[in-house]
Design a protein around this ligand. Structure first.
Ligand code: GUN
Ligand code: ZN
Length: 440
């Protein structure tokens, strides 16, 4: 490396953990861990990763060395399903899905007609993600096109890789939140042309869920995907029993809720559906075969009383699964707290989520569910340098518990059960530190 080459190159020394494969399939070989490691970052990408001993000796003196020994460095979390306009209604009491939407969600989303509101919330939302160690999210905006501009602008200011889209709803929602099949199509198309592939922005066509779209709107959503290869699709499916019954009434010809989306060409790679709780064998087979992904949203599913996601069934059928907070149905921006609840959901189903499986899910598993694993999700050379430094002794209780651990698995488990935003010491986006916790 010449002196010229070292400008902007940084070496971060810490314990480093990332995944090269799925621990459920590959066991220990899926995990790469350096107790005393170095991550070399250049031009926003990972240049090298390895043991400190090997990497430091060959490093030119001009390279900036950031010593974070004692911290655990991991790839940034990827939240595969979240609603940024619901930031202000997180933790609203007392309802299941359909009442919760009418009582809290729709009035909150109305405010995003005002672009000043959208911008203020979008800025807070991105900062809150970073405070929690989440460097990429796939999020719903509202029906208002300006709400999409606001979230992509806020993400671009922080250089975050963000996936987002305008909600499409042309029935069964208040007038102030509906578009038409044609206007939803035209507005989405204009937003795709403005944003998809600009910097780190990726567009997701976003029909809210089958009950709030006519068949014509779902058909046009499929057309947008056909016309714009590489664009994403996000929606909800089979979250709540009343919702499932409503879909059966609205689409009497469909074999199942999922089948409605299938009929309109909305099951495919780059399509991801939140919840996926009340599914049958044929649905899971169809998701696997079509390359469609599931978002597992444990805090939301418990909070709204929706049901228990079946992780083992998803794995048995070979369906891609990502982890998600689903704020504001979800109750925390923290993916650590989300893993805490994921563990408990698995327990309730007689299943067991290992700590390695859990952190895989929140990083490389989520990247795979979004078909972004060539860019994000782990720290192999060439990947975007999105990473987080965790303080495993962030609280007195964590410090005390960590002292009693003897393996990495035990430490990871204590981190996901006891940790939250307090455990996130720094979040780096494309090699630049965008959040550093102030220790009081
Ligand atoms: N189904 C349709 N819209 C929503 C939403 O905003 N949140 C959740 N959790 N489920 C939905
Ligand atoms: Zn949702």
């Amino acid at each position: 490396m010449t002196l010229q080459d070292t400008r902007g190159v940084r070496a971060i020394r810490a314990s480093i953990l990332h995944f090269l494969a799925d621990p459920a399939q590959c066991g220990e070989a899926a995990t790469e861990y350096f107790e005393d490691g170095v991550l070399l970052v250049a031009d926003g990408k990972v240049a090298a990763i390895g043991p400190a001993e090997a990497l430091l000796s060959g490093l030119p003196e001009a390279v900036e060395l950031i010593d974070r020994r004692g911290m655990l460095l991991m790839p940034g979390f990827i939240d595969t399903h979240i609603h940024y306009p619901q930031t202000d209604i997180i933790a609203s009491h007392g309802a299941q899905l359909l009442d919760w939407l009418n009582t809290y969600t729709f009035p909150a989303e109305r405010r995003f007609e005002d672009v000043a509101v959208a911008r203020e919330v979008a800025g807070f939302f991105c900062d809150e993600l970073l405070r929690n160690g989440t460097t990429t999210a796939m999020c719903f905006a509202t029906v208002h096109p300006q709400s999409v501009d606001a979230i992509f602008e806020a993400a671009a200011e922080r250089n975050m890789c963000m996936l987002a889209g305008k909600v499409m709803m042309d029935r069964n929602a208040p007038d102030f939140l509906t578009d038409t099949a044609e206007s939803g199509y035209a507005q989405s198309k204009a937003l795709i042309e403005r944003w998809h592939g600009q910097g780190r922005a990726l567009y997701a066509v976003t029909p809210r869920f089958a009950p709030t779209s006519t068949e014509r709107q779902l058909e046009l959503a499929g057309r947008l995907l056909d016309e714009h290869p590489g664009v994403y699709l996000q929606s909800h499916v089979a979250e709540n029993r009343d919702e499932v019954a409503w879909v059966a009434e609205l689409f009497p010809w469909a074999r199942s809720y999922l089948d409605v989306y299938d009929r309109f060409g909305l099951l495919r790679p780059n399509a991801i559906y939140a919840h996926c709780i009340h599914l049958d064998v044929a649905d899971r087979e169809r998701m696997a075969k079509s390359g469609t992904a599931m978002s597992f949203c444990p805090t939301s599913n418990l909070f709204l009383g929706s049901g228990l996601f079946d992780l083992e069934a998803a794995a048995a059928f070979g369906v891609r699964v990502g982890l998600a907070t689903d704020v504001g149905g979800g109750t925390s921006f923290s993916m650590l707290q989300t893993l805490n609840e994921a563990y408990k959901v698995a327990q309730m189903a007689g299943q067991n989520l290992s700590p390695f499986q859990a952190f895989y899910l929140a990083t490389l598993g989520s990247a795979r569910s979004l078909y972004l694993d060539q860019r994000l999700g782990n720290l192999e050379p060439g990947r975007d340098a999105d990473f987080v430094l965790f303080d495993l002794a962030a609280t007195p209780l964590m410090a005390r518990r960590m002292e009693k651990t003897s393996t990495l698995a035990e430490r990871l488990f204590a981190l996901m059960m006891l940790g939250d935003d307090r455990a996130v010491s720094e979040s780096h986006v494309a090699g630049v530190c965008r959040y550093a916790r102030c220790h009081a």
